[in-house]
Structure formats: C-alpha cells, structure tokens
Design a protein. Structure first.
Length: 318
C-alpha cells in the first residue's frame, strides 16, 4: 500500500518565500544606479537577493592584511544572470526533457520540479542570512572600501574609514562567507545529479538473504559519469569566484556543502531512497532480513507502482 500525502504545506512555503523575495526586490535600501537598472530589467534577480534588505555585520580590518588586498573585478566570469541560467534553468529543462522522452506521467513532473524549486528558493535565503550575520570581508574589500588618506595601517579600523561612493559595492564587501554562487550552483546542479542517478538507477541495492550491497547497474561506468557530470559545472562556477577574488577557498567550500546539503535534503523528502532496490526482488523473502524489512517493503511498493504507472526510478510518496 502506497501512502498518499498532501503537498499543501510545500506550496504554501514556496509561495511565502517567493512573495517575500518579490517584496525584497521591490523595496531595496540601496538606491544606486546599478540597482535601479537591475530592478527595471531583471526583476527576478532582485527577487532572489536578500542583500538589498539588510546591512551585514562590519568586521574590523587592517590595511596591511594581504587577504583582503586583491583587486576588485568589474566583470565577473560567471555573472548572476549566467548563474541563474546554469543552476536554475538548465536543471529544469533537463528534467522536463528526460520526463517527456520517457513519457512519464504528470505526477513525475511534479515530483521532479517541486522539490527542486523549494531547494532553489531556500538556498539563497539561508545563504544570505549567514552572509549578513557573519560579515566576513571579501578578498577585494580594500579595493571596494578605498580607505581615506592617513588611515593607520597597523591598527584595526572599521567601515568609517571607507570613501566608496557606491553604498551597494561597499556593503557587499562584507558578504564573503559563504559563497552564494557556490551554494546556488551546488544546490541546483547537485540536485540534478541526484535526480539523474535515481532515474537511471545508477546505484541499486541488491538483497541476498541477510547480505546487502550497493553496486553500479551492469557495471555501467559511463552512465554514472554522465549522471555526475552536473557537479563538474558546479565546481567550475565555484572556482570562478576565487578567480574573480570575490571569495576564498573556505567561502566556496562551505557554500558548496551548504547548497548540496539543502538540495539533497529536498530531494530525499520526495524521492525516498536514491539507491533504489533492483526490480528483480519480486520473489524476495522479506522475512529473512528483518533489519531491512521496512525499507525493502517501501522499495517493493515503489517498484510496483512505477511499473504500473509507466514511470521509472524511485518515486515514493510515503
């Protein structure tokens, strides 16, 4: 028996976060020319950025600190628009195409996209809250700050010594940890990788008596590499942030872990197990493995449901 559940709370949560971002995007506190241009042309970008609503914590710094003395890059290797394309639009397009090619039912489209969108709207929220609370200086802080002449170089100083006219560029100098690009990329592309592994049944769980082992289906290493390839894109996006001197290795590493963790958590809420049981378990004796009985029963129910609905993979709604 497959349990049915209501997704009302998920829709309410998603709509609440989306409306919150919409309000954020239309009520910025940094009315710079650049921000006004962003509002008029790419409102969605503003909606996803909490950096427009709260000032970060300003940690003290010294002018001789080489860790924050890197140049400020005017043009980023992966600007925000491209990050949205690679991390948000691309996974949605790939999942939709795969489901269409497999002639999956409409329910599979919902179970594929809903947890993805929830993760993608939750990740920037968590990331920006941490950014503003930590207030870690970026590697290019001094170039953003433009300290006033006569500022002592051997003493701790604060934001009051900065002469930067653009308040957005200045405030953003204290939003280094964790990396937003990294968390967003690893959430979106990491989720896509998990989803592809599940749909292609890259890992299966075989049961023989009381023994269990995870193996690659038919030894298909190429399939595993293709399903894991989105993570390479996420790594390249994260590395680009260090090349632009927007973040250091700790910023992008923690951002990557944060984004992937949220993506994995959201995926597991809808797709119960990403290491699915092989479908050749119809005659398995569940009583021989009581320790795995609940999980095995769920997988068998999932397997039967997918065969009956024409879907593939590991749909489980219990």
């Amino acid at each position: 028996m497959i349990l049915q559940r209501s997704y009302a709370s998920d829709y309410i949560g998603f709509i609440s976060l989306f409306l919150g971002y919409t309000y954020v995007g239309s009520h910025p506190i940094y009315p710079t020319t650049e921000l006004i241009h962003l509002q008029n042309n790419i409102q969605l970008t503003c909606d996803l950025q909490l950096v427009f609503t709260a000032r970060p914590f300003h940690r003290l710094f010294t002018l001789h600190d080489t860790r924050i003395s890197f140049p400020h890059a005017e043009h980023e290797r992966v600007p925000l628009g491209q990050a949205l394309l690679y991390s948000l639009a691309t996974p949605m397009i790939v999942m939709t195409i795969v489901n269409l090619l497999r002639r999956a039912p409409a329910r599979n489209h919902h179970l594929s996209l809903m947890p993805f969108l929830l993760a993608m709207i939750l990740t920037p929220f968590v990331t920006e809250v941490i950014k503003n609370a930590v207030g870690r200086p970026r590697p290019d802080l001094l170039a953003r700050c433009i300290p006033a002449k006569g500022t002592p170089t051997d003493k701790l100083v604060g934001i009051e010594v900065c002469t930067q006219d653009d308040d957005f560029i200045l405030q953003d100098g204290w939003r280094s940890f964790p990396s937003g690009h990294s968390s967003f990329a690893f959430c979106g592309l990491g989720y896509l990788s998990l989803w592809l592994c599940g749909q292609a049944k890259v890992f299966v769980l075989r049961q023989k008596g009381e023994e269990r082992s995870a193996v690659v289906v038919r030894g298909d290493f190429i399939k595993a590499m293709v399903c894991g390839s989105p993570l390479i894109g996420a790594i390249l996006i994260a590395v680009s942030r260090t090349q632009d001197y927007r973040h250091d290795v700790w910023d992008v590493s923690v951002g990557a872990l944060l984004g992937f963790a949220i993506g994995w958590w959201s995926y597991r809420r809808y797709w119960y197990v990403y290491r699915v049981f092989d479908y050749d378990l119809g005659d398995a004796n569940v009583s021989q493995a009581p320790a795995y009985q609940p999980l095995l029963q769920r997988a068998l129910c999932c397997s039967a449901a997918n065969r009956g609905s024409g879907g593939g993979g590991e749909v489980w709604t219990g």
